[in-house]
Design a binder for this molecule. Structure first.
Ligand SMILES: *[C@@H]1O[C@H](CO)[C@@H](O)[C@H](O)[C@H]1NC(C)=O
Length: 337
């Protein structure tokens, strides 16, 4: 078992480049509003011209016709613009590609985001908004085939030396060998709370939903709505809990073949590059009305039983049982059921 604290260097924060090719869409809506205004104006202009020209200046009919042509063109283009607008999706609205010089892309009208990695660089994105609590879902499809040495990090993090962080990290593997799902929670700048899992499906064949439920009482990690980890608020017993620093959502695809796969013994096969991971169906429920389920959500006994089963069958590392690593005693939160 490799030393988990070395397993998790902070993902590289790339330069804040926003290639111009990646910022087209938020203006689409405004654009079609403009078109719509023009349409209404031209309609009235058309009416005015028609009535005045036909009555007073029959020779100007040709310009009236021009207006009619313009009007028809706009009428035809409007539905096209509107349909584009309606689906100018969440990724344009909610995220910025922050590094990777074009290797991160928002496609399919904003419904799909892809990150890629080659020998020169990986890529990454972050949310425009910050969150303080919420239920956050994202569907990911990981790098297929030989993904050894690649790491897809998907996490929430605040800023600064005493930052909080909630991590999902996917460590690639050789074709046919299982990915490792690595999780961690940082509070007040301190992490070292790794739990790792195998997955019970091939995460590269289809999209699967990875969710974080974060409220005052706990942070629950879900995979396809199945709870795998529950980090409770044990502030009263002296373990800081992330509850005051807003976090952004980040993701990056990068190379870490010095440690990621079998502790660094399996290197990335660059002949298979570029490596690509995909994201879709982002959803952040942050509404705090009394009936927002997530605000007071905790695992009931069925949920806890389910989580224990998943941990029994799929957990491959748990800091809370690593006595070698904590000779002075396990972290305080480990002793609380
Ligand atoms: C890769 O596969 C090997 C062999 O099954 C396994 O020991 C290892 O935990 C897997 N994951 C990583 C990230 O190395």
């Amino acid at each position: 078992m490799p030393v988990p604290s070395q397993l998790f260097p902070t993902p590289p924060i790339g330069p804040a480049i926003k290639p111009s090719s990646q910022q087209p869409n938020p203006s689409l809506w405004l654009w079609s509003v403009d078109i719509y205004t023009a349409l209404i104006l031209s309609f009235f202009l058309h009416l005015t011209l028609t009535s005045t020209t036909l009555i007073n200046y029959p020779t100007m009919v040709s310009s009236t016709e021009m207006v009619i042509v313009l009007f028809s063109l706009l009428t035809i283009s409007l539905p096209l613009m509107m349909s584009d607008t309606a689906s100018a999706g969440t990724f344009y609205k909610d995220f910025d590609i922050t590094w990777g010089d074009g290797r991160g892309k928002i496609v399919d009208n904003g419904k799909l985001l892809t990150l890629s990695l080659d020998h020169t660089s990986g890529s990454g994105f972050e949310s425009k908004k910050e969150f303080l609590f919420g239920k956050i879902d994202m569907e990911l499809k990981l790098v297929p085939g030989n993904s050894a040495g690649t790491v897809t990090a998907y996490y929430l993090s605040s800023q600064g030396p005493t930052h909080d962080e909630i991590d999902f990290e996917f460590l690639g593997n050789l074709t046919g060998d299982p990915y490792t799902l690595h999780t961690n929670v940082f509070s007040q700048g301190k992490g070292n709370r790794e739990q790792q899992f195998k997955l019970w499906f091939d995460p590269t064949k289809d999209f699967h939903r990875y969710s974080i439920l974060w409220n005052q009482n706990n942070i629950i990690f879900y995979v396809d709505d199945t709870p795998i980890r529950d980090f409770r608020n044990n502030e009263a017993k002296g373990t800081p809990f992330p509850n005051s620093q807003p976090m952004k959502i980040y993701s990056s695809l990068w190379n870490a073949d010095d440690w990621a796969t079998r502790g660094g013994r399996v290197k990335t096969d660059w002949t298979k590059a570029p490596f690509t991971a995909s994201y879709r169906n982002f959803k952040a429920d942050v509404s705090t009305t009394p009936n927002s389920g997530w605000v007071n959500q905790a695992l009931d006994s069925t949920g806890q039983e389910r989580m224990r089963m998943m941990q029994k069958n799929y957990m491959i590392y748990n800091y809370c049982t690593d006595l070698k690593r904590f000779p002075q005693g396990l972290p305080q939160e480990c002793s609380i059921a």
